[in-house]
Design a protein around this ligand. Sequence first.
Ligand SMILES: [Zn+2]
Length: 166
Amino acid sequence: MQCPTCQHTDSRVLESRAADGGRNVRRRRECLNCDFRFTTYERVETVPITVIKRLGGRETFNRSKLLHGLFRACEKTGVEPAQLEAVVDDIELALQQRNGREVTSSEIGELVLQQLRDISEVAYVRFASVYRQFQSVSDFVATLEGLSHPNQARSGKGKGRLAIVG
Ligand SMILES: [Zn+2]
């Protein structure tokens, strides 16, 4: 790791800490040549995922944006932030393991709903009502019924539209 001051390539690690839920490692380093101290971040390498938005735009999958949306949707539902971070971790992992490098925002929404269903019914319905634009009361009822009949939960797919990414 090259020193920002003298460009010497050897440094000593003073401290290593996990950051961003363990996905990053933050290291405090000291240059062996000039003693300058600097910080580096190492990140597990991932392939960028392109999200196809509901109205046709594209953007790179943004983990922070999804997490922020989940925090908002799940306010006062009793779901812990750590649980939501785990949800986002799982979704990101699922996206990385797919063959394609593109995903629609509705597919991400369905992944979120699948996970929330296991965590909190309140959060599940809240998220569905925030992100899925219900076309009718029956769509909303179908979502509620999906809680007790998980196998039928996806029957409304196609009518309900999701907008995870604006
Ligand atoms: Zn140096």
